[in-house]
Design a protein around this ligand. Structure first.
Ligand code: FPP
Length: 247
């Protein structure tokens, strides 16, 4: 596992391998705000702005799938004021920024239990998914009310329901088949998972899909994470030897 302190800058050399699927845990908004004596909501606003910049950049460098962790199943336990501020941000960004992504040929999908959100936010989620469905460029998975364990339990229930209905046999279940019951069905597993802010853990993010992902950590808070840092993560990824359990 790598830990990067220095900010990187510069162009990506042609020799690097661009990972097909990148996951990002957008962490450190609260600490960013605290350092500036601002409310935590200001950190999330800066984080949301950066989400926009990095998403656009990932699409431009040729990433095919980008999954960002915007709100976990555990984040509801934060103070109501912070949760409300985040919901407001999601609404604003779904209305504005995601239209920009559509100009960039980005298809937006949501992973997580969106039924927990307000009817207004759910309508917006539906609208964005529908409107961007014909897009052929990068797929942006927004993980909202997402938790890896929750996703696995949901998938297991879906499979069990089909067994009960006589559509499947329990013996049919394989890792490949179970993947088809997850939110990311049909998508490749993440190759690279980036976590800024200095924490080195997955925090319930893409637990199943990330089995062989390369993990790259940065000691930079998410609002300060620049496109040069994204380049650096790709450079580090390119130098890793992936063996997938082999030799
Ligand atoms: C973790 O930082 C960040 C979150 C819980 C929210 C992330 C959300 C955004 C960046 C907004 C994205 C917007 C859209 C539309 C996808 P933290 O608050 O845990 O930071 P801390 O560890 O420093 O307190």
């Amino acid at each position: 596992m790598f830990f990067r302190k220095k900010k990187a800058s510069g162009e990506l050399p042609a020799a690097v391998t661009i990972p097909a699927h990148v996951g990002i845990i957008m962490d450190g908004n609260g600490r960013w705000a605290k350092q500036r004596r601002l409310p935590r909501s200001a950190g999330h606003r800066a984080g949301a702005q950066n989400f926009r910049t990095i998403t656009r950049y990932a699409s431009r460098v040729g990433v095919k799938y980008l999954t960002v962790y915007a709100f976990s199943t555990e984040n509801w336990s934060r103070p109501a004021e912070e949760v409300n501020a985040l919901m407001g941000l999601f609404k604003d960004y779904l209305e504005e920024a995601l239209r920009d992504f559509m100009d960039e040929n980005i298809r937006v999908r949501f992973i997580g239990d969106v039924s927990a959100f307000s009817p207004e936010l759910r309508a917006l989620i539906h609208e964005v998914e529908e409107a961007s469905a014909p897009k052929t460029g990068m797929v942006l998975n927004l993980a909202m009310n997402y938790g890896g364990r929750d996703e696995l339990v949901r998938g297991a229930k879906l499979f069990a329901g089909e067994v009960k209905a006589g559509k499947r046999e329990p013996e049919e279940l394989t890792p490949e088949l179970l993947s088809q019951y997850l939110y990311t069905a049909g998508q490749p597993d993440p190759d690279l998972i980036i976590r800024p802010s200095g924490e080195q853990r997955l925090s319930n993010f893409l637990l199943w899909q990330g089995a062989y992902a390369e993990l790259v950590y940065f000691d930079i808070l998410w609002p300060d994470f620049k496109t040069g840092d994204f380049d650096e993560a790709i450079r580090i990824y390119s130098q890793r030897q992936r063996r997938f359990g082999g030799v």
